[in-house]
Design a protein. Structure first.
Length: 423
């Protein structure tokens, strides 16, 4: 069985935890897009692990983790993550970790350009500043440097020289900033190539041979559906296809090999960075839920914006991703509330929107139409069976199921590994 887990909102739905649980029953876990803009937190016992590039399944002994070609790799960040894990006693061998030779490389000028572009923009995106957008831009512009190039000094020299010729002009003339010297980047990146060489391979062949041998694969989405470059709240999005559709182009595994898609759905809504957010809290709930849900970015530490559950948004996600099952995460964060609201439609200029609109003006100004439910005002964190949840909590989950038109398979009621209800 090959399955995909995707975020259904604006990221940070709890994918790290869900993937940690599911990946103990699959053989291989694969990232297919994004880069170290992602931040997936997994709590094991009293240890907390935050993953940015490596799939979190690396925590399970004997499982293989793969970074597919659709991911942009900052080699410095990747090596740091590997060395941090090794310091915690987890050996990252080439048997357990493989990275595609076709991955595009995040270069120092990408990171700096990310910041410079943000300062020039009138409407800031609030990127993570990891160079993700500029790296994907170079990929599409066809001047990108790939991991395979770090293993070939001649090719790297040629490509880097070509890039710096253009980039240094941009740095100087557009941003009034200093350019880069060829030598220092060249030597630094050849060094990364040497260190990563044992992990770099053709992951297309590796993955498809594994499928032929009936191994099971979990494709791990980063970010969320509404940060997708095509379907998200453009331009306040990331630069890759985070939806299930991104799996095929991001790994080289065909669509006929994917059996199931699971949506990771936070029981309320959060967003980091700028951009429209119709159900955002305007009262003190914004602080209460942020505190209770520990809603601070795992990558940048920025406070996350919080709001009510938006079924217009998530229903669109279900459609876009062809979702088979839902995982409702962080239900326990709502434990103390007297009343809970669910957005079921938007209203703008007298018109009702039941489907997620495309027009930016509508999304940015849409007023949510809510239905209200009674809270359960009981702690759910110790519960392990769906039928033992308070009746109002069950009613809330069942209402989400009905609005989203997909069955719930998991309900998470805490950050620890065992705090999960399988329905
Ligand atoms: P995980 O995988 C939440 C957001 C940024 C910004 C926009 C573009 O942890 O769910 P980028 O640096 O990608 O160019 O920034 O996307 N963003 C995320 N928000 N979770 C993430 O990842 C995110 N990755 C990027 O805040 O608004
Ligand atoms: Mg995150």
């Amino acid at each position: 069985m090959n399955l995909v887990v995707v975020g259904s909102q604006w990221g940070d739905e709890g994918k790290g935890k869900l993937i940690d649980i599911i990946s103990k029953d699959t053989d291989i876990t694969v990232r297919y897009q994004g880069g170290n803009n992602a931040g997936h937190t997994v709590v094991v016992g009293n240890k907390e692990y935050i993953f940015h590039l490596l799939p979190s399944a690396i925590l399970h002994k004997g499982k293989v983790c793969v970074i597919g070609n659709g991911v942009v790799v900052d080699p410095k960040a990747l090596l740091q993550e590997i060395s941090d894990l090794e310091k915690k006693g987890l050996k990252v061998t080439e048997k357990r970790f493989k990275v595609s030779d076709r991955c595009h490389v995040v270069m120092p000028y990408h990171r700096v350009l990310d910041g410079l572009r943000e300062t020039k923009r009138k409407n800031k995106i609030g990127t993570t500043g990891r160079g993700i957008g500029p790296c994907y831009s170079d990929k599409v512009t066809r001047c990108g440097i790939r991991l395979v190039d770090l293993l070939n000094p001649k090719v790297l020299e040629e490509k880097l020289k070509d890039n710096l010729l253009e980039k240094n002009e941009i740095f100087k003339k557009v941003y009034g900033a200093k350019g880069y010297s060829f030598d220092s980047i060249y030597n630094e990146y050849l060094g990364y190539g040497k260190q990563l060489k044992k992990y770099i391979c053709d992951t297309v062949i590796y993955l498809n041979e594994a499928i032929d041998k009936k191994k099971s694969i979990l494709f791990e989405g980063a970010q969320g559906t509404f940060l997708d470059i095509d379907f998200g709240t453009y331009p306040f999005v990331t630069s890759s296809n985070s939806i299930v559709g991104g799996v095929c182009s991001g790994t080289g595994v065909g669509p006929t090999k994917i059996d199931k898609a699971i949506a990771c759905v936070k029981a309320y809504t959060t967003r980091v960075g700028e951009g429209p957010f119709p159900t955002e809290f305007t009262n003190r709930l914004k602080d209460d839920i942020r505190k209770k849900g520990k809603e601070y970015g795992a990558t940048t530490g920025r406070p996350r914006r919080c709001g009510w559950f938006d079924s217009v948004l998530v229903r669109y996600s279900v459609i876009l991703n062809g979702i088979d099952e839902l995982a409702i995460m962080k239900l326990d964060v709502l434990d103390d509330l007297e009343k809970i609201k669910i957005c079921t439609a938007y209203k703008y200029k007298g018109k009702i929107y039941k489907n997620f609109p495309t027009d930016f003006e509508v999304i940015a100004n849409a007023k949510p139409i809510y239905e209200e439910m009674q809270g359960w005002k009981t702690s759910t964190t110790g519960i392990r069976e769906f039928n033992k949840l308070p009746v109002n909590a069950r009613k809330y989950v069942r209402r989400l199921e009905k609005l989203l038109k997909v069955a719930v398979k998991y309900v998470s009621i805490g950050s620890k590994r065992d705090q999960i209800i399988v329905c």
